[in-house]
Design a binder for this molecule. Structure first.
Ligand SMILES: [Zn+2]
Ligand SMILES: [Zn+2]
Length: 140
């Protein structure tokens, strides 16, 4: 189940291109600030938020699907209850954390392969452009 979503994310990564709004770590949203999934996946502070967010979003969907399954088997479905059982929620999250830990090496490899070179090239291009703009300014 998680393999399918990770493969999907790897494909998404290979098409991903950095932009100015890809996001610095300082701008991480609340979902990504919860470090349970990012830490298990071996995400670093230097990884672009956009890329991290796409992974965490997918993992959050898996966790809630797992929770639904657990509620079905353990408590006769979510509908019968006002709130999901805390123990089931914990179990669903733990299952995702463990699966992410198992795949952390591959996740890191994909980030190093697809994301880091594109970010480096992008930063070099922006720096280059800034230098050109600076030179033009001083020429005036
Ligand atoms: Zn986020
Ligand atoms: Zn339960």
């Amino acid at each position: 189940m998680i393999e399918h979503d990770l493969n999907d994310w790897y494909r998404w990564l290979s098409d991903w291109e950095p932009t100015m709004s890809s996001g610095s770590p300082a701008g991480w949203c609340r979902t990504c600030d919860d470090r349970r999934f990012p830490d298990a996946a071996g995400i670093r502070d230097t990884d672009p938020h956009q890329v991290v967010h796409e992974l965490i979003r997918r993992m959050t969907v898996i966790a809630s699907e797992l929770l639904e399954d657990l509620m079905d088997t353990e408590h006769g479905g979510l509908e019968a209850h006002d709130e999901p059982c805390r123990e089931c929620a914990l179990n669903a999250n733990t299952a995702v954390v463990e699966a992410l830990s198992d795949h952390a090496v591959f996740i890191r490899r994909a980030l190093d392969l697809y994301v880091t070179p594109k970010v480096d090239a992008f930063v070099a291009e922006v720096t280059n452009c800034l230098n050109v703009c600076d030179t033009e300014d001083t020429d005036l």
